[in-house]
Design a protein around this ligand. Structure first.
Ligand code: GUN
Length: 283
């Protein structure tokens, strides 16, 4: 068997077309969804990510505002800025790019963003709402994965989902989201014993471990759906996932590539969350 490849980029383009219409409709009501992104310092990879977010926002007719702060910005100043953005009616989404410099406490920063504008879905209130199965902003990468599965009509209910990795941004929330969709969920991580025995049981295997090519074909059950969340830059400068694509695709029924897989969906979901925030703030 050779798997069907799920290209997030193509799905993203279709979703962004729909969102362009939604933004145009909101503009008729004098609402222009606006995303403000704050970056502290000048890490080139982070700068490139945030510029991608700005470009994507503008490509569907949304407004965006990129605030670049120097590396030595103190926490108080950053919190003051967030407080101002929280009450600015022209701002619907606030995203502080992570990681932040060591002298700034990320948790305090995340908790200062008002949950109504937390389009990253990182605020504890929004995490709690996700756990309680209330309407909320789901974090963008897990929401992108869920959207991919749904767009491909891949059954989640009753299936065994195995999540490799337990990060706050991806692993933990995607497990909870799939549980909310009635999957049976197993979390695996660096201390898990007999990892291969676990992954071989997965109907849906989510891999977010940050190790290039970690999951090879012998970790994959025949007919599984394999979602690769890894983005690793290897020695030759190219990007590669956490899954050894060539061997895994011989066992999987569906598989996402890296690049052009989950990555593009993440930004699209950020735009979707910002449109949702703009709607809710103007109800
Ligand atoms: N850094 C890497 N990914 C993300 C993300 O999804 N949100 C934020 N705020 N920072 C990030």
């Amino acid at each position: 068997m050779s798997a069907e490849i799920i290209y997030g980029r193509e799905l993203s383009n279709n979703i962004r077309e729909r969102m362009t219409d939604e933004v145009a409709e909101l503009k008729k009501l004098d609402v222009i969804p606006q995303l403000t992104v704050i970056i502290v310092g000048n890490d080139p990879a982070s700068l490139s990510y945030v510029r991608g977010k700005e470009k994507a926002s503008n490509s569907i007719g949304m407004d965006s505002n990129l605030i670049e702060l120097p590396e030595d910005t103190n926490q108080e100043k950053l919190l003051e800025l967030i407080h101002e953005l929280n009450v600015d009616p022209s701002v619907h989404g606030i995203l502080v790019q992570l990681p932040l410099p060591d002298h700034i406490n990320e948790d305090v920063v995340i908790e200062t963003i008002t949950p109504e504008k937390d389009v990253d879905g990182f605020h504890p209130v929004n995490i709690g709402r996700m756990m309680a199965e209330k309407d909320t902003f789901l974090p963008c990468t897990p929401l992108g994965i869920l959207t991919m599965l749904k767009e491909k009509n891949i059954t989640i209910e009753g299936k065994h989902a195995v999540v490799l990795g337990r990060s706050r941004i991806v692993g933990k929330p995607i497990g909870q989201i799939l549980l909310n969709e009635n999957a049976t969920v197993t979390y695996c991580h660096s201390r898990t014993h007999n990892l291969k025995e676990m992954t071989k049981q997965a109907d849906i295997l989510i891999v977010a471990v940050g190790k290039p090519g970690f999951v090879t074909g012998d970790y994959v059950k025949e007919g599984a759906t394999v979602i690769d969340v890894g983005i690793n830059r290897i020695d030759d400068g190219s990007l590669t996932g956490d899954v050894d694509f060539e061997s895994a695709k011989e066992h999987a029924a569906y598989i996402t590539p890296v690049p052009r897989g989950v990555g593009p969906m993440t930004i699209t979901m950020l735009l979707q969350n910002t449109i949702k925030a703009a709607r809710q703030l103007n109800e």
